[in-house]
Design a protein around this ligand. Structure first.
Ligand SMILES: NC(=O)c1nn(CC2CCNCC2)c2c1CCc1cnc(N=C3C=CCC=C3)nc1-2
Length: 319
């Protein structure tokens, strides 16, 4: 397992002749005070942690090596690490600073999002008003736009994976089930990523996201594409305004049936402009779904300042 950024800095020391020597600093478990458990997976635990020397707070994901191998999850751990290494330059993605390991575990040192899950905030509010939905929807969309520009499809977008930092801005997490499109260089040496069409159908994939947000194409021909993240985005916008996801049934199978039958309706009072946006996103054929640029241009997002300005704005008061 090759640690990335294992050297988290350098410090000046002096050799026997008094000559200055720069020594790579490698952080380890002993450099942190671990706090509350933020989340648990089948082979990982995420803990709040304080770096004793810098007093900076992080979230540290601890992955049990033996469990990863036993559960045949090595591929997913590498996908998550490579995905996070591609997504290092956007405020809407939980950042991986560096990794280290010991005999038993791997450690991912990540941004801490003290505000918790967007889902928990929504449950406290029951529903968001249009302004809050527009602001948080725009931050999520801006982040999806960045991920897709780097050839990453998240594949499991949902309010539980949208976290809030201490400025009430969002950060998307949990890339263990992401799909990375192949990188290519064009004639001028610029990197571009295979369009979905060019993707070999990874029919072999057994992965399906979370029932309520899974796209019809993943259920029918088992192939996720960038538009699959935009289907999930449509479900999230609906849920912020309605207080519940559009497709929800007594069990997963019945939920899947509603999705492929496009069986959902809008509660009375659902705002018209938002309804138009959701109806153009929850489209069965991924090729007919609104594209990212068309969503940004939709009337619902009128007045949004796309790009870095969006992340400097003060979050609207949640009401
Ligand atoms: N899977 C992960 O990488 C991950 N999981 N969590 C906690 C999960 C809890 C269930 N919903 C999805 C997230 C985190 C991370 C990244 C890094 C990360 C950073 N900050 C927090 N903060 C939280 C604070 C309060 C409650 C939950 C999470 N959480 C995480």
């Amino acid at each position: 397992w090759q640690d990335r950024g294992a050297a988290t800095g350098v410090q000046r020391e002096y050799d026997a002749n008094g000559q200055p020597v720069l020594k790579a600093i490698k952080k380890g478990v002993k450099d942190f005070d671990f706090g509350t458990t933020l989340g648990e997976g089948s082979y990982s635990t995420v803990l709040a942690a304080l770096d004793r020397s810098t007093q900076k707070q992080y979230a540290i994901k601890v992955l049990d090596k033996r469990h990863i191998i036993k559960e045949k999850k090595v591929k997913y751990v590498n996908i998550e690490k490579e995905t996070l290494n591609r997504l290092t330059d956007h405020p809407g993605v939980v950042r991986l600073y560096y990794t280290f390991q010991d005999e038993r575990s791997l450690y991912f040192v990540l941004d801490l999002c003290a505000g918790g899950e967007l889902l928990s905030v929504l449950k406290r509010m029951t529903t968001f008003d249009e302004d809050c939905t527009r602001f948080y929807g725009a931050q999520i969309l801006d982040t999806i736009s960045y991920m897709h520009s780097k050839g990453v499809i998240h594949r499991d977008l949902k309010p539980e994976n949208v976290l809030m930092d201490d400025q009430q801005h969002i950060k998307i997490t949990d890339f263990g089930t992401a799909k990375m499109l192949e990188a290519h260089q064009d004639a001028s040496g610029r990197t571009y990523y295979d369009s979905d069409a060019g993707q070999l159908r990874d029919r072999a994939t057994s992965f399906v996201g979370t029932a309520e947000y899974v796209s019809p194409e993943l259920l029918t021909d088992k192939n996720a594409c960038k538009a699959s993240d935009l289907w999930a985005f449509g479900c999230i916008i609906y849920q912020l305004l309605a207080g519940r996801p559009p497709f929800k049934a007594a069990n997963e199978y019945l939920t899947f049936q509603k999705i492929v039958a496009l069986e959902y309706d809008f509660p009375t009072g659902f705002p018209e402009t938002a309804r138009d946006l959701v109806e153009r996103l929850l489209v069965l054929d991924p090729h007919l779904r609104l594209s990212l640029e068309n969503i940004k241009a939709h009337d619902f997002f009128r007045g949004i300042n796309w790009g870095r300005g969006l992340w400097r704005e003060k979050a609207p008061r949640l009401r």
